[in-house]
Design a protein around this ligand. Structure first.
Ligand SMILES: [Zn+2]
Ligand SMILES: [Zn+2]
Length: 334
């Protein structure tokens, strides 16, 4: 092919790797899928063959009850696809198993980040900078207003609420894949060794993390505990359970929510969140722009969020960039 990068084509339902007839994070079932990580907007069921890291495949199996067509690839291992496309999965630092996909063909290298962050996370290996020609980057928090505080600061707020109110419990809303385990692991790192209570919907994903050697300390189920036992303890539930009937079984809970969107006061108010915790598994504005500088690609393709501001930043910094219009990426994982 004569056009540079003509072999990789952004289509509305995914990025098409033409010579290999593979799709990256396709939003529809396809014959051959390359999946960056287990969040539902990236990892859908029903593909003929799915190439992903072992942890991502285990997460998909937990969610879709099938391993059919699973093809594991370890971080750093290169596999050759039909059409002479070499593929390497590299850590993205987003959630357990998350990867950037590095594609090489005809002397050109394309990196697709999937979702990523640059902050340390005890539940997954850190993002690796891979120089490339085309860098396909997410932009979930692609506005200068988004500057995530250090996680120690947010975990400190959570622990202070707990000690200030020994007769209550703190109920933390956190996404079941990634955020919940990161919050728990960070609480352990901060020296909180008490049992942490889980909503039943979080249990299997936490166990899966433990099977992949992420230590989460003592976890108990809310369903097995008496109301008084929960006083002075942390309870973790999916965000959807914060305001539903389930939470009535808790002793006077202080409602917290761990999300990058908690930076936006209105969002916290809408969800009746008393204690907003700005904890995100996505790169903030500073991380997005620093990463483009470090990767230093010939072209950046921006997707998955607020493309316009990052596009403008690239133009102001004399960097070639374009916004992709992919559909179907609704974050469950902010
Ligand atoms: Zn994600
Ligand atoms: Zn995503």
């Amino acid at each position: 092919m004569t056009n540079p990068f003509a072999w990789i084509r952004p289509e509305p339902h995914g990025i098409h790797v033409v010579p290999a007839d593979c799709w990256i994070d396709p939003s529809q079932p396809v014959a051959n899928a390359l999946v960056t990580h287990g969040h539902a907007d990236h990892a859908r069921g029903g593909h003929g063959r799915t190439v992903a890291t072992p942890a991502t495949l285990a997460i998909m199996e937990l969610r879709y009850q099938t391993r059919a067509g699973a093809m594991p690839v370890e971080y750093g291992e290169t596999i050759r696809l039909p059409g002479e496309v070499d593929v390497t999965y590299v850590p993205a630092g987003h959630v357990l198993g998350s990867a950037q996909i590095v594609l090489e063909h005809a002397g050109e290298r394309v990196v697709v980040t999937g979702d990523y962050k640059r902050r340390p996370d005890p539940t997954c290996p850190p993002f690796e900078v891979v120089p490339c020609d085309v860098f396909v980057t997410e932009a979930t928090f692609g506005l200068p207003v988004f500057c995530h505080p250090p996680i120690e600061h947010e975990v400190g707020k959570l622990l202070k609420a707990l000690t200030d109110h020994p007769d209550r419990c703190v109920l933390v809303g956190a996404y079941a894949l990634g955020k919940a385990q990161r919050v728990i692991a960070e609480l352990r790192r901060a020296g909180h060794l008490e049992p942490i209570y889980l909503h039943g919907a979080m249990e299997r994903m936490c166990r899966l993390y433990e099977e992949f050697d992420v230590a989460l300390g003592e976890l108990r189920l809310v369903g097995d505990a008496k109301k008084d036992e929960l006083r002075g303890h942390i309870v973790v539930s999916p965000p959807s359970a914060l305001n539903d009937r389930w939470s009535r079984r808790l002793p006077d809970p202080i409602t917290a929510m761990a999300s990058g969107w908690m930076r936006v006061r209105q969002r916290a108010r809408q969800q009746n969140v008393e204690l907003p915790l700005v904890i995100s598994d996505h790169a903030d504005w500073g991380e997005l722009t620093r990463t483009i500088e470090e990767v230093n690609p010939a072209e950046s393709w921006i997707t998955h969020g607020r493309e316009e501001a990052l596009l403008r930043w690239c133009q102001l910094h004399q960097r070639r960039a374009r916004a992709l219009a992919l559909v179907g990426y609704e974050d469950e994982d902010d």
